[in-house]
Design a protein around this ligand. Structure first.
Ligand code: GLP
Length: 254
């Protein structure tokens, strides 16, 4: 069941979602969180840092699994998603390093690394709360539009548009952005008990409209979220702009 919440702006979204995570951790201190990278969750991660500094959220028993990682660079690389998460979240809260899980982009055997990640998720009983962003082409994690989608964690070749949207992590130099990545598959994501998709800005409006009103299609990997029984889209007014005509939306809250 697809639920939609529209908020006034990025700030309101970050606050609401930080409260969601903090509340979930109060209810279940050993919560297993699935986490995205990208511009969209940055404010949320900083907000969680602020809540932590006020003693309002405790990550000591939480566990995290990030959605994806570039392939061919080590975790310590400036452009890696591991570094991104360290900068924006893990260094700001009390995450135990051994409870942070990441795909290793420097693993010698990509397929074995993907199997290891799936097994690690299964071993902890699955993901409780999976946060995801969305690419402008409808990708989730690094599940790019294709004729068919991989179900489980896999190695993927990135689209030119996806490499361009990640260029800031590599000093603005496109040729430095890795060509491949490792990513949870759509089935991995859909097996999470709860999925929350965050989207802000008008560049996301078109794919959000297709996700809500369009068919299930591997051309828009995010469309498969329609199959999940507990999924919520949390949007700002710009990302929700094309839904206004076709959906009865709640008024934007701030
Ligand atoms: C990247 C990530 C995705 C993310 C997407 C959107 O390609 N692999 O997980 O959702 O970008 O990023 P942004 O939030 O910057 O728009």
């Amino acid at each position: 069941m697809l639920r939609i919440t529209v908020l006034a702006d990025e700030r309101a979204l970050a606050r609401q979602e930080a409260t969601r995570v903090a509340d979930a951790l109060k209810t279940k201190p050993d919560l297993v969180l699935g986490l995205p990278t990208g511009r969209t969750p940055v404010r949320l991660y900083h907000e969680l840092g602020t809540l932590h500094s006020r003693g309002q959220v405790d990550f000591s028993r939480a566990m995290t699994f990030n959605l994806d990682e570039f392939f061919g660079i080590p975790p310590s690389h400036q452009g890696s998603y591991r570094t991104f998460m360290e900068q924006h979240l893990f260094s700001r809260v009390n995450m135990a390093p051994d409870r942070v899980h990441f795909l290793n982009g420097a693993a010698p055997d990509a397929e074995a690394e993907c199997r290891r990640y799936e097994a690690a998720i299964t071993a902890v009983g699955g993901i409780d709360l999976q946060l995801v962003g969305i690419g402008t082409n409808g990708h989730i994690g690094f599940n790019e539009p294709a004729r068919e989608l991989a179900g489980r964690t896999h190695r993927v070749t990135l689209k030119a548009s996806t490499r361009r949207s990640n260029v800031a992590l590599f000093g603005g130099e496109l040729e430095r952005v890795p060509i491949e990545a490792l990513s949870m598959g759509m089935a991995t994501i859909l097996h999470a008990r709860q999925v929350v998709l965050l989207a802000t800005g008008k560049s996301k409006a078109r794919c959000i409209e297709r996700l809500v009103n369009g068919p299930l299609t591997p051309k828009l990997p995010a469309s498969f979220l329609q199959l999940h029984r507990d999924v919520e889209l949390v949007l700002d007014t710009a990302a929700a702009a094309l839904l206004q005509d076709s959906q009865q939306l709640p008024a934007a809250r701030s």
